[in-house]
Design a protein around this ligand. Sequence first.
Ligand code: BTN
Length: 241
Amino acid sequence: MDIRILRFDSLPSTNTEAANQARQGAAEGLCVVADEQTGGKGRQGRSWVSTKGSGVYMSLVLRPKIEARYLPLITLMAAVAVYDLLKEGYRLDPDIKWPNDILVGGKKICGILAEAVETPAGVAVILGIGINLQTPVDQKNATSLTAESQHRADRDEIVEALLVDIAHVYAEFRSSPTGIVEMWTARSSYASGLDVEIALENGTFTGSTDGLEDNGALRVRLPDGSLRIIQAGDVQRLRTS
Ligand code: BTN
């Protein structure tokens, strides 16, 4: 994958800009980076705090040639790459909360938002990644590289190192999409045997995690022994005290 980085001072959202670039024909490997986002987007319609210089805000254009049912694995792939960067580059002890929140000490340091867009050259996936350099105020469940690491957190260095990690994991992904499930499972305490509460649009339920399906969906064992497959939802670790 040939990487090309486009830098902006301010954008509404790097995902929106990258999607526009993809519709205009941008090749796989275009990466849009901004110092701030005025309308940063999170999962499930939420917003992403994106004040100037306080985070890494980047979106990569991918054009994966895979079956549509495997597209959710792209967010898992990105989570693996961010995990490896924080572990190897910053000596942190991260965790991945299904599907793709990166936590350090139980607090969120990175969020990932992948969006599929129709383009004249076929479906593109916009892989948006936000990493906190400073901890957003008033977010008690958030943390940041500055709070967790002795290393100086340089935005451009992080972008470049992360793109190297993504290119590596993406190469694995293209040769065997479902191999990502194993890589993700090896890095996440949420993969199996964890008591969780799952919030869906129409309510919540509890159960114990029991691995992932080959498209990345979460298997949850219910108290009555039955299995429920979760394609999208919010997972919370249940306190065991
Ligand atoms: C989440 O955890 O809810 C996902 C957050 C994703 C935030 C990133 S920042 C760069 C890219 N542009 C956006 O508008 N969102 C993603």
